[in-house]
Design a binder for this molecule. Structure first.
Ligand SMILES: [Zn+2]
Length: 248
């Protein structure tokens, strides 16, 4: 049976773009006979607010979006579904990546506009550092190049990640699993078969597929990913939480 997911983040109030995505997924699921899982991405709690979490349940109800798996309300979410319950799972899975990961102490400023042809700007790969919360992140050397897959509607889609792609972080400086890593493992653990996301995540899909392949996570290879256009406001800006609430 096909299964897709809606994956909002409680770091701001939901907006028109989230509504478009949720309705798109809901409509597709009805046509495809797929079930829907609600997954709330709360691994990064730096902008988390209870009001944002409550807003997710209220808006989905208002928009008449139904889901069959995942949290039913805030209490159920905290008790059974917070990604923080799965920290050990995310951490243990790092062992699957093996020799393609390295500890990196480069700052955000170091990374800006860097040429990744010889690895990260400070060449941390050669230094064999110990991971240290607050000081280092764990990165993975992905191969880059053209990454192609099949959309839920059966048509092909691809992204060229370039010859020297930035090495994505899988474990952050804050000592938490990074978005890509959490998303890969959750999609596998929830047995998701089809994902619809905004076109701004096209590169993320390519990165996640390469990361999962390096880790030998076969369950990810067969997931179909499709990217829909983004809703824009009257000035043509992408509608995001930064525009609407000053966050992110
Ligand atoms: Zn580095």
């Amino acid at each position: 049976m096909k299964k897709t997911r809606i994956a909002p983040t409680p770091s701001g109030f939901l907006h028109k773009g989230n509504r478009f995505n949720a309705e798109w997924i809901s409509n597709w699921a009805k046509l495809a006979g797929a079930s829907i899982r609600l997954r709330i991405d709360d691994i990064d709690r730096s902008r988390f607010r209870n009001a944002y979490l409550e807003d997710i349940f209220e808006r989905l109800k208002e928009w008449e979006i139904e889901w069959q798996e995942g949290p039913r309300n805030c209490q159920d979410f905290f008790q059974n579904h917070s990604q923080h319950h799965k920290l050990e799972r995310y951490r243990r899975a790092l062992g699957l990546i093996g020799g393609d990961s390295y500890v990196c102490s480069c700052s955000r400023k170091d990374i800006e506009g860097a040429d990744w042809g010889k690895g990260c700007p400070r060449h941390c790969e050669e230094n064999n550092m110990e991971f240290s919360v607050g000081k280092t992140a764990l990165r993975v050397r992905i191969p880059g190049g053209l990454e192609a897959w099949t959309r839920p509607d059966g048509t092909p889609e691809s992204i060229d990640l370039g010859m020297h792609p930035m090495h994505p972080v899988v474990w952050t400086r804050e000592g938490l699993p990074a978005y890509h890593w959490v998303s890969i493992l959750d999609d596998i653990d929830h047995e998701i078969s089809d994902v619809w996301r905004g076109a701004d995540l096209l590169e993320s899909t390519g990165i996640q597929r390469q990361l999962a392949r390096l880790a030998g996570l076969d369950g990810f290879e067969t997931i179909r990913f499709g990217h829909h256009a983004l809703i824009t406001d009257t000035e043509g800006r992408k509608l995001s939480k930064s525009v609407l609430s000053g966050n992110q």
